[in-house]
Structures are given as C-alpha cells and as structure tokens.
Design a binder for this molecule. Sequence first.
Ligand code: G6P
Length: 612
Amino acid sequence: MCGIVAYIGNKQAYPILIDGLKRLEYRGYDSAGIAIYNGDLKIFKKKGKVKALQNEVRGKDISGTIGIGHTRWATHGEPNDVNAHPHVSGNGRLTLIHNGIIENYETFKKALIERGHTFESDTDTEVLVHLIEEIQKRDKLELEEAVRLALTKVIGAYAIVVMDKDNPDILVAARKDSPLVIGIGKNEFHIASDGKAIVEHTKKVVYLKNEEIALVNRDGDLSIKTINNDIATPFIQELDLELEEIEKGDYEHFMLKEICEQPKTVADCMRGRINAKEGWIKVGGVQNLFQNFSEARRIIIVACGTSWHSALIGEYLFEELARISVEVEYASEFRYRNPILDEKDMVIAISQSGETRDTMAAIEMAKEKGAMLYGIVNSVGSSIARLTDAGSYIHAGPEIGVASTKAFTGQVTLLTMMAIHLGYQKGTIPRSYYLQLLDELEEIPNKIKQILAKEAQIKYLAKEFKDSNNALYLGRGYNFPVALEGALKLKEISYIHAEGYPAAEMKHGPIALIDENMPVIFIATNKSIHEKIFSNIQEVKSRKAKVIAIVNEGDEAVKNLADYIIEIPVTDEPLTPLLSVIPLQLLSYHIALMRGCDVDQPRNLAKSVTVE
Ligand code: G6P
C-alpha cells in the first residue's frame, strides 16, 4: 500500500527519490518522507502528498548520493509527520522504510522500552529499526546480518530498506509478502516496491523473492541471502514496462486515460486468444486445465473490491454458458470462515495488482486444502500470479488511477472468453451461438469507442447530479454486478453515498429512501427481462425519483419513462457488462471532477491493499 524507493550510486539521490515517490504515490498518500546521507543524515517527513514534502524540503540542503524515500498509507498510527517514514534507530545510526505490518511489534516494543529504548511514533516500523539496532549493537554485527536476525523474530509482512550512516556505501533490503524490486544501473542501484518507480532509470531488475535479503553497494555489487542464511543467486530480468504506460500523456487524470484506453485494453486482452472469422477461442490456462475445469465440483472465485464485482459477472457467465457451479467470495471473509474445500474444487483468484493481502491469504489457504488455483491478474510477475498453479493475464497495462476501470473490463473480457471456451468445449453452448458470441466479442472494442464518444452527454448529466447526497444503482442479471460497480465508482471518487442493488430487491428496503432528491441509475439493457426492468423503473418513477437509464439503442419504451437516458450499442446479453459499465465510469469521473475531488487519489483509499 505504501511506496518504497531507494538509491545508491554516484548521482544526486533527491531528484531520483522524489520522482520515484511521485510515481508510487497512487499506492498510498497519507504522508511522505526521505532520508539522505551526505556526511550527516538529513530526514524530511511530511503529512500529505509528495508535493507537501517537496515544499518542506525547498531551500534546504538535500545533497547526497545515497537515500531512501517512502509514501505511506497509514496502518499503525495516524497519518502525521511523526508517523511518516523513514524511521530512525535510537542511536540515530539506522534509518528504515517499510511496507506491510509487523504483527508482533507490541511485544518487542514493550521489551525494548524496558531495556531503555524510547519511541517517537506509534508505528510498528520504528520498533523494527530499534530491534535491528539492538541486535547490531549487542553482537557487533554487519548490518545485513543484524537485519537478517531481526527478521527471523518478526511475524508479519514487510518490504524494507535500511540505510546505515556508519556505512554509507551499502543499502540492505528485504521482503516477505510485500514486493520489492532492485534495479541495476551502472555502479548504481534503484530499489522500489514497484518497477514503475525505476523504469526511467533502468530495465535490468531483480525481483526479490519472499524472505530474501539483498545487500547492494556503490561498487555495483549485489548479493542475496535468504532469512535462513542460505546464499541465493540473483535472477536478472528485463522490466516489462514502458515509461509512456505510466504517464498521463495528454489526459488530465490517469482515471480518464484508463477509461479511454479500454477499446485498446479489451482488444489487447483478446489478442491471440480469439478469432471469430476462423471460429476459435483459446485461453491458454483453460486449454491446459480443461479437465480440471470441467470436472470441478464447483469454481470458487475469490477477490476484493472491483475485482469482486468482475467475479460476480464471472458467476453468471460460467453458470449460463459452461454450466459449472460457481460461488463468489470476498477473500477477506473466505479466509477466516473455514470453508469446505478440497481437491475437487477449483479456486480462481482475481486481482488487478496481484498483491492484495486478503486475496493472497485466501489462495494460500485454498492451496493448503488441495484446491487447484487459477489466477486472473493484471500485474505481470506479481505475487498472486506466482502463487497460483495456472492463470491468465488480462494485459490491461499499468493501472494507476486508484478507482479501477480498465482492469475491470479486462477481467470481465477474460472471464467471458473462459466461459465461452469452456461452454463450447463442454458442449453446453451450440456452435451457432458460440460463433455469434465470438463475432460480438470482437465488436466490443468498437462499441466501447461509440460509448466514449458520448462523453459530452454524460458530462451534462454529471452537472445535473453533482450535488446529490445519495444515489441508487439498480440492475438485474448481468447488470446487477454492474450496478454494484457503478455505485462503488461513485462513492470511491466523489464521496457521494451510493448503493448498488438488484433492481427487484429494491422493493425490500431501498425503496424507502426514494424521493424526488434521489437519483436512481437503472442499467436496463437486458433483453430477456425487459418488461421486469420496465416495471421496476415505473415503481421508482411513481415515487418521484429522478431516473437515469442506461438503455440499448432504440429502446423507446424506457426512453419515454426515464428522465434521462444514455443509449449504448446492442450486444449479446452475456457481453453487456463490458458496455454498460463504461457510461457509469465516465459519470463518476465527471461528478467527482465537478465536486473538486482528487479523482486519481481519493481520500483514504490505496491502489494496492497489501494489509489485511
Ligand atoms: C483496492 C483498490 C480497488 C481494487 C481492490 C482490489 O481497494 O482501490 O480498485 O478493486 O483494492 O484490488 P486488486 O488489486 O486485488 O484487484
């Protein structure tokens, strides 16, 4: 959730650290801090965004060729200057930045206080740096060994970098359940929690593995050990990332850029996997595991947030097209519920980042129980991609806006292809329907483009509804998860309270909230249950709500009933979510913008939630 960046070499560290922090800011932005060594140790920490840190530093001496930097998403201790990282050891010798949580820090803190340590912050991180200092001092150890011994004692997740002012020619980094990548330059190293922070400096990287400790020095040497003190060989690879992928380009916000990229990202997800003309579809992982999928007692999909909404769409798709029973679980609930699960089950984990702690823990548990694991992930090489037995990437490219957009459509595209593939191979969909679905799927990028062209109309609607305090999103069938996603987008970035509900279920509660001030957004493109949706709209209208309806082009009936409509191109019902979600993304974006909200970095949220 937090962002880590560190540098050692012969260039000035400050600009490198600040640029890196800005690139990582989407991961967490409660506070930011840096420590640079140049004969003496300079530490600057500031509540708020990286910009606030830059203002703090302005005019001060920040020279030095070794340094560490951090952006924080608060876990232990409120977001303020004191709790911001880096944290310093009691004797002032070590500085440390940390992502993750040290679960047993209270025990150490108590013992350290008894032995005379004093703490300034409320963080678990400060305890860890004191612990390393104590071990280093007591046993007169090299930093790397002191770090290693300290880490054998702690329980929890961490990615850390430690700087020692008595030995400013080295940095020590380590990780467990939180990613860390080391970029190798010419006699310099860049360490970061995410390749995005270092891609402009080098593409030669080593991904540190779980429970590994790396030592880098100014001579360009890198050595890696495990926490158990075994030597490990660094595996150098090429960072699969282009700089323009992580820049806003001509767009005002990453979120808008990512919404507008969807014709391309959906096409990228399908590339090489489908050919309607030749009548084939093949999703690599599904092809290899066809037997496992078709013989699975059930598929359980685990995910969080927007990915959980994709999972719900997956349930409709797999059950309808492939006739496989599916259960969708919040990863955080599933992992603590002692579910009935064994090798007859197939577990699919969906995650944009591939690092969400709860999703990782859920699949670790499923693995222990013997279930087959499949990952649907965006971030290449991420932990979930590595933890699962098989899987598929959605190829949406880096998603930086905290509110997920293109990853959602990528996940749904992949689930759709998987369900069609399985359904056709199992014989649960006839060839004619199969071919029709392939044709329609290939048309989706074009149809998304047509919806994006309606941005001006959606902006107008945003103006009408920007001052609302609440909103209700209603949909049925495939559009029910879309209603949930639409509501989530609105609350995440505009802070308007919004709820998504199955349209018919609305009568059992939310209808009590409806009056002339309540905008109700109907996602009403379903052909199979059109009359039922129509009745639901009438129920809402007769209670004076303002209705915005997302309808199929040419749907005159709803047009005459709703206050506002957004028409989207017709497609086959299982593919509808790929289109009906687009106007909802744009609507939230424009409402948030008009309300003056920080669209890309909404308050309290983080892009990648690496704590429970
Ligand atoms: C956070 C993000 C959401 C995301 C969710 C799950 O809450 O802000 O956009 O949907 O985590 O993340 P994942 O990376 O596992 O899809």
